[in-house]
Design a protein around this ligand. Structure first.
Ligand code: NYM
Length: 221
């Protein structure tokens, strides 16, 4: 039977170099024979994505639970496309995913959303085979030219977000780096030079390039 495509997620704190690294990885993947498709979350082009975009730019205000569910719905509206692409042998690369959804919402101090509540709407999404988390000390990230103007782009928020990502990583990695239904989670120090980070990511991704034999799992199911 033909192997399915691999599902690779790149997560990271703001200013961790995530966009640069995702772009470089996409280029490397495109040089291979296998088809590859990139998804970026939030996908700001859909109707839901436009609401998210307005919220992130502070053009609109939304209830903390409502925006959390919109971020999640923005993944669910693409979930079946991802599943079908993987089945047809396409490698799928995602710039952020459910883990950002949990980390950013659970970090909102005044909202009081629990980790479990934030995770709940993400349960059942297609599970990545590999998640690379680009970790950077928020102080170092700030020195890289400052945060932008969008919501959450502040050092104290990033510190809390980093704490939640750490929790997710520990939970995912609790079975010797291979969680039952969440795939492999690898934290990479994004404080290194760009080329070094790129090399580390490629070594993790390359073994998945010939496709994956095991069936696609669903997150936390
Ligand atoms: N973000 C992203 C969330 O709060 N929840 C989510 O589910 C996702 C996918 O949106 N600061 C936040 C993290 C970022 C912001 O992401 C936009 P980007 O990668 O800067 O476009």
């Amino acid at each position: 039977m033909a192997k399915r495509g691999a599902f690779i997620v790149i997560e990271g704190l703001d200013r961790s170099g995530k966009t640069t690294q995702t772009g470089r990885l996409l280029e490397q993947l495109e040089q291979r024979d296998r088809p590859v498709q990139l998804f970026k979350f939030p996908d700001r082009t859909t109707a839901i994505g436009k609401m998210i975009d307005g919220y992130l730019r502070s053009q609109s205000d939304l209830d903390d639970r409502a925006i959390h569910l919109l971020f999640s719905a923005n993944r669910w509206e693409i979930a079946s496309t991802i599943t079908n692409l993987l089945a047809s042998g396409t490698t799928v690369l995602a710039d952020r995913y459910a883990f950002s959804g949990i980390a950013f919402s659970a970090s909102k101090v005044t909202a009081g959303l629990t980790y479990e509540w934030c995770r709940s709407p993400e349960i059942g999404l297609p599970a990545p085979d590999l998640t690379v988390f680009l970790d950077i000390d928020p102080e170092k990230a700030r020195e890289r030219g400052g945060y932008g103007d969008e919501r959450y782009e502040k050092e104290e928020v990033q510190k809390r977000v980093r704490g939640v990502f750490d929790r997710i990583g520990k939970e995912m990695g609790s079975r010797a780096g291979e969680s039952e239904s969440g795939g492999r989670w690898v934290t990479v120090d994004a404080g290194h030079e760009k080329d070094i980070v790129q090399g580390i990511i490629w070594r993790l991704v390359e073994p998945l390039m010939n496709g994956v034999e095991n069936p696609l799992m669903r997150l936390w199911e």
